[in-house]
Design a protein around this ligand. Structure first.
Ligand code: GDP
Length: 197
Protein backbone atom coordinates (compact mmCIF):
# COMPACT_ATOMS: atom_id res chain seq x y z
CA UNK A 1 0.00 0.00 0.00
CA UNK A 2 1.15 3.53 -0.75
CA UNK A 3 0.19 6.34 1.57
CA UNK A 4 -0.93 9.20 -0.65
CA UNK A 5 -2.52 11.29 2.04
CA UNK A 6 -2.22 11.43 5.83
CA UNK A 7 -4.31 13.97 7.66
CA UNK A 8 -4.40 14.71 11.37
CA UNK A 9 -8.00 14.46 12.56
CA UNK A 10 -8.26 14.90 16.30
CA UNK A 11 -6.38 14.54 19.54
CA UNK A 12 -8.13 13.85 22.81
CA UNK A 13 -8.17 12.07 26.13
CA UNK A 14 -11.81 11.14 25.94
CA UNK A 15 -12.44 7.97 23.93
CA UNK A 16 -16.04 9.02 23.30
CA UNK A 17 -14.84 12.07 21.34
CA UNK A 18 -12.76 10.04 18.88
CA UNK A 19 -13.90 9.97 15.24
CA UNK A 20 -16.97 7.90 14.42
CA UNK A 21 -15.91 4.28 13.85
CA UNK A 22 -16.77 4.50 10.17
CA UNK A 23 -13.50 3.20 8.72
CA UNK A 24 -11.04 0.43 9.57
CA UNK A 25 -8.60 1.48 12.26
CA UNK A 26 -5.08 0.40 13.24
CA UNK A 27 -3.49 1.43 16.51
CA UNK A 28 0.15 1.93 17.49
CA UNK A 29 1.28 1.60 21.07
CA UNK A 30 4.48 1.07 23.04
CA UNK A 31 6.64 2.36 25.83
CA UNK A 32 7.60 5.99 25.63
CA UNK A 33 10.71 6.53 23.49
CA UNK A 34 10.24 3.24 21.64
CA UNK A 35 10.18 5.17 18.34
CA UNK A 36 6.43 5.26 17.78
CA UNK A 37 6.23 8.83 16.47
CA UNK A 38 9.25 8.27 14.24
CA UNK A 39 7.69 5.13 12.79
CA UNK A 40 4.35 6.86 12.12
CA UNK A 41 6.24 9.68 10.38
CA UNK A 42 8.27 7.17 8.35
CA UNK A 43 5.17 5.22 7.32
CA UNK A 44 3.35 8.35 6.21
CA UNK A 45 6.52 10.01 4.85
CA UNK A 46 5.66 13.13 6.82
CA UNK A 47 8.35 14.40 9.12
CA UNK A 48 6.07 16.13 11.53
CA UNK A 49 2.79 14.24 11.52
CA UNK A 50 3.37 12.55 14.87
CA UNK A 51 5.41 14.52 17.35
CA UNK A 52 8.74 12.98 18.25
CA UNK A 53 9.82 14.14 21.64
CA UNK A 54 12.78 14.01 23.94
CA UNK A 55 10.58 14.63 26.98
CA UNK A 56 8.33 11.58 27.08
CA UNK A 57 5.19 11.37 29.10
CA UNK A 58 3.98 14.93 28.73
CA UNK A 59 0.96 14.27 26.57
CA UNK A 60 -1.19 11.22 27.03
CA UNK A 61 -3.64 11.71 24.24
CA UNK A 62 -5.22 9.49 21.62
CA UNK A 63 -4.39 10.90 18.18
CA UNK A 64 -6.26 9.98 15.04
CA UNK A 65 -4.95 10.37 11.51
CA UNK A 66 -6.97 9.65 8.40
CA UNK A 67 -4.96 7.77 5.78
CA UNK A 68 -5.87 7.89 2.07
CA UNK A 69 -9.39 8.79 3.20
CA UNK A 70 -9.68 5.04 3.81
CA UNK A 71 -8.50 4.08 7.29
CA UNK A 72 -7.61 5.56 10.64
CA UNK A 73 -4.19 5.39 12.13
CA UNK A 74 -4.57 5.69 15.88
CA UNK A 75 -1.54 6.85 17.83
CA UNK A 76 -2.12 5.66 21.39
CA UNK A 77 -0.21 7.26 24.23
CA UNK A 78 3.04 5.61 25.30
CA UNK A 79 3.21 3.65 28.50
CA UNK A 80 5.87 2.90 31.06
CA UNK A 81 6.94 6.33 32.24
CA UNK A 82 9.14 6.14 35.30
CA UNK A 83 8.02 9.64 36.36
CA UNK A 84 4.35 8.71 36.70
CA UNK A 85 2.95 7.26 39.94
CA UNK A 86 1.67 3.69 40.08
CA UNK A 87 -1.92 4.85 40.58
CA UNK A 88 -1.76 7.21 37.64
CA UNK A 89 -0.20 4.55 35.48
CA UNK A 90 -2.93 2.06 36.34
CA UNK A 91 -5.62 4.65 35.57
CA UNK A 92 -3.98 5.49 32.29
CA UNK A 93 -3.61 1.84 31.24
CA UNK A 94 -7.26 1.36 32.16
CA UNK A 95 -8.22 4.10 29.73
CA UNK A 96 -6.07 2.64 26.95
CA UNK A 97 -7.30 -0.90 27.53
CA UNK A 98 -10.87 0.27 27.59
CA UNK A 99 -10.30 2.02 24.26
CA UNK A 100 -8.68 -1.01 22.63
CA UNK A 101 -11.26 -3.47 23.86
CA UNK A 102 -14.32 -1.40 22.95
CA UNK A 103 -13.32 0.40 19.74
CA UNK A 104 -15.51 -1.38 17.18
CA UNK A 105 -13.51 -0.54 14.07
CA UNK A 106 -10.07 -1.35 15.51
CA UNK A 107 -8.75 -4.21 13.37
CA UNK A 108 -5.21 -4.54 14.69
CA UNK A 109 -2.85 -3.04 17.24
CA UNK A 110 0.85 -2.74 16.53
CA UNK A 111 2.75 -3.16 19.79
CA UNK A 112 6.16 -1.56 19.40
CA UNK A 113 9.24 -2.81 21.22
CA UNK A 114 12.80 -1.56 20.92
CA UNK A 115 14.81 -4.35 19.28
CA UNK A 116 17.80 -3.59 21.54
CA UNK A 117 15.91 -4.32 24.75
CA UNK A 118 15.33 -7.65 26.39
CA UNK A 119 11.62 -8.46 26.80
CA UNK A 120 10.24 -6.02 29.35
CA UNK A 121 7.60 -6.93 31.86
CA UNK A 122 5.12 -4.19 31.01
CA UNK A 123 5.26 -5.03 27.29
CA UNK A 124 4.80 -8.72 28.05
CA UNK A 125 1.86 -8.08 30.40
CA UNK A 126 0.23 -5.83 27.87
CA UNK A 127 0.54 -8.51 25.16
CA UNK A 128 -0.73 -11.11 27.60
CA UNK A 129 -3.79 -8.98 28.22
CA UNK A 130 -4.35 -8.57 24.46
CA UNK A 131 -4.09 -12.33 23.94
CA UNK A 132 -6.37 -13.20 26.83
CA UNK A 133 -8.99 -10.86 25.44
CA UNK A 134 -8.69 -12.14 21.88
CA UNK A 135 -7.50 -8.76 20.58
CA UNK A 136 -5.35 -9.03 17.44
CA UNK A 137 -1.88 -7.52 17.55
CA UNK A 138 1.54 -7.67 15.93
CA UNK A 139 4.88 -7.12 17.60
CA UNK A 140 6.83 -4.41 15.80
CA UNK A 141 10.52 -4.33 16.59
CA UNK A 142 11.81 -0.76 16.18
CA UNK A 143 15.23 0.83 15.59
CA UNK A 144 16.61 -2.23 13.74
CA UNK A 145 19.30 -0.01 12.19
CA UNK A 146 20.90 0.27 15.62
CA UNK A 147 21.87 -3.42 15.55
CA UNK A 148 23.62 -5.54 12.98
CA UNK A 149 21.69 -8.37 11.35
CA UNK A 150 23.24 -11.03 13.60
CA UNK A 151 22.55 -9.21 16.84
CA UNK A 152 19.00 -8.36 15.69
CA UNK A 153 18.25 -12.03 14.98
CA UNK A 154 19.59 -12.94 18.42
CA UNK A 155 17.36 -10.40 20.14
CA UNK A 156 14.30 -11.71 18.29
CA UNK A 157 15.18 -15.30 19.14
CA UNK A 158 15.46 -14.26 22.76
CA UNK A 159 12.06 -12.54 22.58
CA UNK A 160 10.54 -15.70 21.18
CA UNK A 161 12.08 -17.82 23.92
CA UNK A 162 10.39 -15.64 26.53
CA UNK A 163 7.05 -15.56 24.69
CA UNK A 164 7.13 -19.32 24.36
CA UNK A 165 6.77 -19.63 28.11
CA UNK A 166 3.19 -18.36 27.91
CA UNK A 167 2.16 -18.39 24.25
CA UNK A 168 1.29 -21.42 22.17
CA UNK A 169 1.68 -19.44 18.97
CA UNK A 170 3.70 -16.33 18.23
CA UNK A 171 1.90 -13.20 17.15
CA UNK A 172 3.02 -11.82 13.77
CA UNK A 173 6.30 -9.92 14.06
CA UNK A 174 7.70 -7.10 11.96
CA UNK A 175 11.21 -5.67 12.05
CA UNK A 176 11.42 -1.97 11.33
CA UNK A 177 13.64 1.07 11.27
CA UNK A 178 12.42 4.61 10.79
CA UNK A 179 15.94 5.59 9.76
CA UNK A 180 16.29 3.15 6.88
CA UNK A 181 12.54 2.53 6.36
CA UNK A 182 13.19 -1.19 6.80
CA UNK A 183 9.87 -2.97 7.31
CA UNK A 184 7.68 0.04 6.47
CA UNK A 185 6.40 -1.57 3.30
CA UNK A 186 5.74 -4.86 5.11
CA UNK A 187 3.75 -3.06 7.78
CA UNK A 188 1.65 -1.17 5.23
CA UNK A 189 1.11 -4.34 3.21
CA UNK A 190 -0.04 -6.06 6.38
CA UNK A 191 -2.65 -3.33 6.87
CA UNK A 192 -3.71 -3.56 3.25
CA UNK A 193 -4.19 -7.31 3.53
CA UNK A 194 -6.54 -6.86 6.47
CA UNK A 195 -8.35 -3.98 4.75
CA UNK A 196 -8.99 -6.14 1.70
CA UNK A 197 -10.14 -9.11 3.73
P1 GDP B 1 8.18 7.82 20.90
O1 GDP B 1 8.31 8.42 22.27
O2 GDP B 1 7.88 6.36 20.98
O3 GDP B 1 7.25 8.55 19.98
O4 GDP B 1 9.64 7.85 20.27
P2 GDP B 1 10.27 8.83 19.19
O5 GDP B 1 9.76 8.52 17.82
O6 GDP B 1 10.14 10.24 19.70
O7 GDP B 1 11.80 8.34 19.21
C1 GDP B 1 12.59 8.37 20.38
C2 GDP B 1 14.04 8.53 20.00
O8 GDP B 1 14.49 7.42 19.25
C3 GDP B 1 14.31 9.75 19.12
O9 GDP B 1 15.55 10.31 19.49
C4 GDP B 1 14.36 9.17 17.71
O10 GDP B 1 15.18 9.92 16.84
C5 GDP B 1 14.98 7.81 17.97
N1 GDP B 1 14.52 6.83 16.96
C6 GDP B 1 13.24 6.50 16.71
N2 GDP B 1 13.16 5.54 15.75
C7 GDP B 1 14.43 5.27 15.37
C8 GDP B 1 15.01 4.37 14.40
O11 GDP B 1 14.35 3.61 13.69
N3 GDP B 1 16.37 4.37 14.31
C9 GDP B 1 17.16 5.16 15.09
N4 GDP B 1 18.49 5.08 14.93
N5 GDP B 1 16.65 6.03 16.00
C10 GDP B 1 15.30 6.08 16.14
Amino acid sequence: MKIKEAVFVVSNSDASKCPAPDRPEYAFIGRSNVGKSSLINALTKQNKLAKTSSTPGKTQLINHFLINDEWYLCDLPGYGYAQVSKTERAKFMGMVKNYISTRQNLLNTFVLVDIRHEPLQNDLSFMQWMGENGLPFCIVFTKADKLGQGKASKMIAQYKRVLKQTWEEFPPMLITSSETRQGCKDLLDYIQQINEF
